[in-house]
Design a protein around this ligand. Structure first.
Ligand code: FAD
Length: 476
């Protein structure tokens, strides 16, 4: 379905540019490029994306993102067919299991919790590099590189003047801030919203996905190794559908198209072994930091071997920042999309998916603005903000919950509480109704009747529980 279905233009683009509804999109990341793709061919609209970088490749392009099939279907139905065909090769080879899911394990390889919500059954690993290349297809008509937004000015006639750092400016009817977590558009629109630097740092590395490496991955579709000192390792894969196995193991370099295992080493700043600030550490020092971590604690030999193989030039370090969640705002000519609105924790991989959904929803709103009155525009944009905000907030809470679980175990006692708590929760969620009733009756007797019968039944309950929750241990 095309975005403009049902909208018949009186004045197609060729007949007089002055009648077009002018949209300026700041930021050529995921949200900005999708908006550019969706709006640039709409009748009645003239849309441009202004990106501060003068090159189209971004720093993170080499990593993967996890997207639901629903999100991908949305893109397929709205993007121009040729662009979609270029995006398609970004989708990694589906694992043998047919779906992705995550397991939580202790460093010794003991799997104590597996996580497979319904949405994980239908997701795909997507290469950011290939996704970006796909979204750049045909972008020369709408993308302006080397244009750093500095500020905007609201003019008396209701239009917006957008200023760039190079001294140039443009005038538009709608300004969209899709300029990421440090959004300057947001800082001017919602100056009270703060960005807080957390003390959580994640160091990312890749390992080439060879057959040998495949045998070392704890759980083929995703693992979180949780240490009892607040450190964790996230292990996820992306297999190039054209060449699922890498050709060799070079410790220094990996090509952007090579299939890989992504390892994310998360910890609080205080848990770093190297006393230097992580922002000052070289890729080699960050690599040594990761290797020292797995040698500093009893770790399963396969995980250790995998970490030894991390490739130096794939390094990316991120100290996590969190943007306050703004209340909805009312503006008929300035809005935000993607991380510019507010971000989420890098767990569960929801940031990119939300940026895409924001872009699709916003484009659907924008195509209706040229024919709307000033008041109607404000109402329609407010509706978009409410829906976008609700969706992002839900995903932010979920990803923060997983992050808190990972970093809760700062001492062996807290780690044990976390691990056993998750084990019990897992047992409760996956056990049959009859087992649940048995445990509930046992607890009731123990709590309210006390005495030897209660203790006896509770012991039976614990025994049944132990039998059921003794999770598998990863094979050596
Ligand atoms: C290390 C890391 C790993 C991640 N992994 C995942 C994952 O696995 N799955 C997932 O779903 N999400 C992931 N995310 C989150 C995801 O990358 C973001 O949520 C997503 O990129 C947001 O898209 P966006 O378009 O809103 O912003 P961005 O992709 O950040 O794009 C913003 C763009 O705006 C440009 N810009 C900024 N300021 C200006 C300015 N003043 N003028 C002009 N242009 C400007 C920037 O150069 C950039 O191109 C990860 C994030 C990080 C940091």
């Amino acid at each position: 379905m095309a975005l403009t279905d049902g909208i018949v233009p009186d004045n197609p683009k060729m007949e007089g540019k002055q009648n077009l509804f002018r949209v300026a999109i700041v930021g050529g990341g995921i949200a900005g490029l999708i908006l550019g793709q969706l709006l640039s061919n709409c009748p009645e609209i003239e849309a441009h994306v202004y990106e501060r970088n003068s090159e189209s490749e971004d720093r993170l392009a080499g990593y993967r993102i996890q997207l639901s099939l629903e999100t991908l279907q949305q893109l397929q139905s709205h993007l121009p067919r040729e662009t979609w065909n270029k995006v398609l090769p970004s989708i990694g080879k589906t694992p043998k299991e047919g779906y992705y899911h995550s397991c939580f394990m202790r460093p010794d390889g003991h799997i104590f919790y597996t996580y497979l919500p319904d949405e994980f059954r239908s997701t795909a690993a997507v290469s950011r590099l290939r996704l970006r290349r796909g979204l750049l297809h045909g972008s020369s008509s709408f993308l302006r590189l080397g244009k750093k937004f500095s500020e905007y000015e609201e003019l008396e006639d209701g239009s917006v003047k957008v200023h760039f750092a190079d001294g140039s400016s443009c005038i538009c009817d709608l300004l969209i801030g899709a300029d990421g977590i440090s959004s300057r558009v947001r800082r001017q629109l919602l100056p009270h919203i703060k960005t807080v630097q957390t003390d959580v740092a994640i160091i990312y590395f890749k390992v080439p996905y060879t057959r040998e490496v495949e045998s070392m991955i704890p759980y083929k579709t995703g693992s979180l190794v949780l240490y009892p000192n607040g450190q964790e390792i996230t292990i996820m894969t992306w297999q190039n559908p054209d060449q699922p196995y890498a050709r060799g193991l070079d410790p220094e370099h990996i090509g952007p198209e090579t299939s890989y295992v992504m390892l994310g080493f998360g910890s609080r700043l205080e848990s770093f072994v190297n006393p230097k600030s992580p922002t000052e550490m070289s890729p080699q020092e960050l690599k040594s930091e990761c290797i020292m971590r797995v040698h500093g604690h009893p770790t399963h030999p396969s995980v250790k071997a995998l970490v030894e193989l991390i490739v130096t030039d794939s390094c990316y370090m991120n100290i996590f920042r969190m943007v306050d969640v703004p209340s909805s705002w009312d503006s008929g000519h300035i809005t935000l999309a993607g991380d510019a609105a507010f971000n989420m924790a890098p767990f569960l991989g929801k940031g990119a998916a939300c940026a895409m959904m924001d872009a699709v929803d916003l484009a659907q709103t924008v195509v209706r603005l040229p024919r709307a009155t000033v008041h109607e525009r404000q109402v329609m944009l407010r509706r978009y903000v409410d829906v976008m905000r609700t969706r992002r907030l839900k995903e932010r809470k979920r990803s923060a919950f997983v992050m808190n679980i990972c970093f809760f175990g700062t001492t062996p006692l807290r780690a044990a509480l976390r691990d056993y708590g998750m084990q019990v929760a897992n047992y409760w969620l996956t056990s049959s109704v009859s087992v649940k009733i048995l445990v509930a009756v046992g607890m009731f007797i123990f709590l309210f009747c006390g005495g030897s019968l209660g203790e006896f039944l509770a012991k039976i309950g614990r025994h049944v529980e132990n039998m059921a929750i003794r999770g598998p241990t990863m094979a050596v």
